[in-house]
Design a protein. Structure first.
Length: 500
């Protein structure tokens, strides 16, 4: 974005149209870039004087200043001084206090005394030059970002100009050939939105910062930044209502107006809120038979569409549970969300901020409700999933025989479940006529007999486990117990097999 003082718009006919730079301005963009490149190694103050001279020669000083703003934002400046400026000032002020500086000669004497306090050959001139070298105007231009060509700089300028114009929008309506990517960016930026089906596809309606209790610069900046995600689509159209100092004006942009040079993904904000981020982090750390999916599908909700925050996909089947987190929203937005929940055919698990007081209304729409305060309790969500999981396990178990006869002599329940594409719980209740279940492992009786013949009381635990490994048995504790042994530990040394 540009600063508001650099905004160039036309209000002709009651509209609000940014005055984009045309290809004819490439020569001017090249002069701006050349000015920066020609002042590498010089102070920022000198560079700005050269840019001011360029503004004076141009037809529109705001265009020059806007182009320079973008280049300067990506340029690298550094403080270059013989002595650290802060240390130089501290030494100079201490010396001046000791001497009692009033005249210019006394100032030189104080500087000379201060210079002597530094190691090396620091002169009075060095110290004087370092005193205020960390002021912005004294910073030295070290490097100009090499990514800009004149054409790319103009493209970035036009995008930034449009973003600045959108900063004061109260509502934006977007049609795009890539609505899914747009909605994903909108949600990551934490914007309020609706999806409305149209004859030609879908329209995404974004509500601007004026819909909140007060305008916030942070929200307005995110609102403007969504334009970068919009402009990456092949075809798009934006209609925005802009609050122009109390007057509503219409801003219209299309893919013919803007191109995006090396578009950066909108990735600074990964979740709609800290509540979502915390929940996702905690859920992913659990070892469950459910996989958390971010922004899974677009669901029909009457004459609107909605994208749930998450979905839980069951690892052993096609089951999917959609999950929506209703945080602190405006009353109007809450009403819209309640309407969507009531009209969707999908059953959702909904976490509702208790302060909204709408848990009963959500439940009345046949959705499962989990209320929270501050953060969503993962345990409450897991409990809800396990209620459903019990039915899924039963259904999976019905799909496989009551008796299972694995080919291997030793098979874990986990491997057997994976073979059938079900959870371990779905095979636990089955019978195994050719195997004996020992702990979480199925072992043929003849294998158990062979192992028993090689074990004896007094054998070291390490040797016993080596014998079990030869037969492919990993659950040593369960098998040793089944064969009538326990491990007796002897201080810090290895254990020894003893009969129970």
């Amino acid at each position: 974005m540009l600063t508001k003082d650099l905004l160039r718009v036309s209000r002709a006919g009651g509209g609000y149209q940014p005055q984009f730079a045309s290809a004819d301005s490439e020569a001017l963009a090249a002069r701006v870039l050349g000015t920066f490149q020609g002042h590498v190694g010089e102070e920022r103050g000198v560079l700005r004087e050269a840019l001011a001279a360029l503004e004076a020669d141009a037809e529109d000083f705001k265009l020059v200043r806007g182009l320079a703003h973008l280049v300067e934002r990506d340029a690298t400046f550094a403080v270059e001084a013989p002595v650290d400026p802060e240390s130089a000032r501290r030494a100079a002020f201490t010396a001046a206090e000791d001497i009692g500086v009033v005249t210019a000669d006394e100032r030189e004497t104080a500087l000379a005394a201060a210079a002597e306090r530094f190691p090396g050959d620091v002169t009075t001139a060095d110290l004087a030059d370092s005193l205020y070298a960390d002021r912005e105007t004294r910073e030295v231009l070290v490097e100009v970002a090499p990514r800009w060509s004149p054409a790319e700089l103009l493209a970035q300028y036009n995008l930034s100009l449009a973003q600045t114009a959108l900063f004061d929008a109260t509502e934006v309506r977007v049609e795009s050939t890539d609505p899914r990517s747009l909605v994903s960016a909108v949600k990551r930026l934490g914007l309020l939105y609706e999806i409305i089906p149209t004859e030609d596809g879908r329209e995404v309606v974004l509500t601007g910062p004026d819909a909140l209790f007060r305008n916030t610069r942070r929200y307005g900046t995110r609102f403007a930044r969504v334009l970068r995600a919009v402009a990456t689509a092949d075809e798009w159209r934006v209609e925005a209502t802009v609050d122009d100092r109390g007057t509503e004006r219409l801003l219209v942009l299309t893919d013919a107006d803007l191109s995006v040079p090396d578009a950066d993904p909108v990735a600074e904000v990964s979740f709609d809120s800290g509540v979502e981020r915390e929940f996702a982090t905690r859920f992913d750390s659990l070892d469950l038979d459910w996989t958390l999916v971010r922004e899974p599908d677009v669901l029909a909700a009457g004459d609107r569409l909605m994208v749930p925050d998450f979905a839980f996909e069951y690892d052993y089947g096609d089951a999917r549970v959609y999950f929506e987190i209703m945080g602190f929203w405006t009353p109007e937005y809450v009403e819209k969300k309640l309407s969507q929940l009531e009209e969707t055919d999908e059953t959702l698990l909904v976490a509702v901020d208790a302060s909204l007081g709408v848990g009963e209304e959500v439940a009345a729409s046949d959705h499962r409700v989990v209320e929270y305060t501050g953060s969503v309790r993962v345990k409450d969500v897991v409990d809800a999933l396990r209620d459903l999981e019990a039915d899924l396990v039963a259904a999976n178990a019905d799909d496989i025989p009551d008796e299972l006869a694995p080919d291997g002599d030793v098979v874990t329940l986990a491997d057997l479940a994976a073979t059938h594409g079900v959870s371990e719980a779905a095979v636990e209740a089955k019978s195994f006529p050719e195997h004996e279940r020992v702990g979480r492992t199925l072992v043929r009786p003849e294998v158990l007999d062979a192992v028993a013949a090689e074990l004896a009381a007094g054998l070291s635990r390490e040797d016993a486990e080596a014998t079990l490994d030869e037969y492919g048995i990993e659950d040593a504790s369960a098998v040793l117990s089944r064969l009538g042994y326990r491990v007796e530990w002897e201080g810090l040394g290895g254990g020894t097999l003893r009969e129970k």
